[in-house]
Design a protein around this ligand. Structure first.
Ligand SMILES: [Mg+2]
Length: 358
């Protein structure tokens, strides 16, 4: 079962409405779709949605790296996952490009066996529940979006914080709590706080009775001391996101206790390293989140197969398709309210470019 090659296509998805974090503002989700071709005409699909501030990649570099990876993979046996996985690493692809290529090859391989990726990842559970992310925007707008999301069935809302004024961050969270009083609230600072600012915000919100569930990446990704300082004092779990993009960095969290948990994203490490990070986190008793960049149904579908298949995640943040405005139709996943599920009978993840259009 030889790898014939890869084809690469850039796809832009205009977003339903602009989305901003402390690090970037997006009106278009830029993605790269990789198609893996195996002998016998079997194909598989993978997606890379780069976030330049996280991995340093752009859609242009992801498309270039994935195209160049063809040379390293052509002729290899698709069934020898560790073999082609090593070749792909040596080809010096960026992590998001590697994620797209690995995703496409695993999908193609599963299709040759008429096996869903959900089965391949372990078939642990049939559904997961995602949160819904709220933009770093004006209070009134964020409150309105929170009420809409709660009405649509999302019980957990993730609020982007880390704007220029700490008071405005607090007011934004309060606005969400007022608009969706029974929702659990996650905070994501995208590296924008000092330890003091982070701890002050969380304690003020908890004192006000606002149900903060966790705090994601409060401080700059390279400042492990600051991350550990927040983790030692924070009354809610601190989850490392941008700081952990590799198995080695996951080991660093496990060894030092610098965070209570890790947010894995396929775009940061690819599915093969994701499985290794899951193993490290489980052995160390760390919590696990599965998050996303700005993937379409293809990339989120791969993540839903991983989440349901491994059953490894405490927190799910798989909502970029909804931020873009794409409706899941069953393959690669289905959605009812906040509940995401897979079709266990779909070979691979089941995404088809013609059938779903995205
Ligand atoms: Mg995050």
């Amino acid at each position: 079962m030889r790898i014939i090659g890869l084809s690469v296509k850039r796809i832009d998805y205009p977003m339903r409405r602009p989305f901003a974090s402390a690090r970037r503002a997006s009106t278009v989700a830029q993605t790269v779709c990789v198609t893996a071709h195996l002998e016998g005409g079997v194909v598989g699909y993978g997606e890379g949605a780069p976030a330049p501030y996280v991995t340093g990649e752009t859609v242009a570099s992801v498309a270039r790296d994935a195209t160049l990876a063809t040379d390293a993979l052509q002729g290899l046996d698709a069934r020898r996952i560790r073999h082609w996985g090593a070749a792909l690493r040596e080809a010096l692809c960026g992590p998001t490009a590697r994620a797209a290529v690995e995703g496409a090859l695993l999908d193609a391989l599963a299709r040759t066996r008429h096996l869903s990726l959900w089965h391949w990842f372990g078939g642990a559970r049939e559904w997961v529940e995602t949160d819904f992310s709220l933009t770093l925007g004006p209070l009134e707008e964020v409150g309105r979006h929170a009420a809409e999301a709660r009405a649509a069935g999302y019980r957990t809302l993730k609020i982007k914080v880390g704007g220029s004024e700490p008071e405005v961050d607090e007011a934004r969270v309060r606005a969400v709590a007022a608009a969706a009083p029974d929702a659990r609230l996650r905070l994501d600072a995208n590296q924008s706080f000092t330890p003091e600012t982070a701890l002050r915000l969380v304690s003020r919100l908890l004192e006000a009775g606002i149900p903060v569930e966790l705090l994601e990446q409060p401080v700059p990704k390279d400042d492990w001391e600051a991350l550990a300082a927040v983790t030692r004092a924070c009354p809610v779990p601190v989850i490392a996101d941008e700081a952990v993009q590799s198995v080695a960095q996951a080991m660093c969290v496990a060894r030092t206790g610098a965070a209570h948990g890790i947010n894995i994203k396929l775009a940061k490490c690819g599915p093969l390293a994701a499985l290794e990070i899951i193993a490290v986190a489980r052995a160390a008793g760390l919590r696990l989140m599965l998050g996303c960049m700005l993937e379409s149904l293809l990339g989120i579908g791969a993540a839903v197969h991983l989440a349901c298949g491994t059953g490894a995640f405490d927190y799910l943040d798989l909502d970029s398709h909804a931020l873009i405005g794409l409706e899941p139709t069953g393959r690669p996943f289905a959605q009812t309210g906040a509940v995401l599920s897979v079709d266990p009978e779909a070979p691979g993840h089941g995404w088809e470019p013609v059938a779903t259009g995205g």
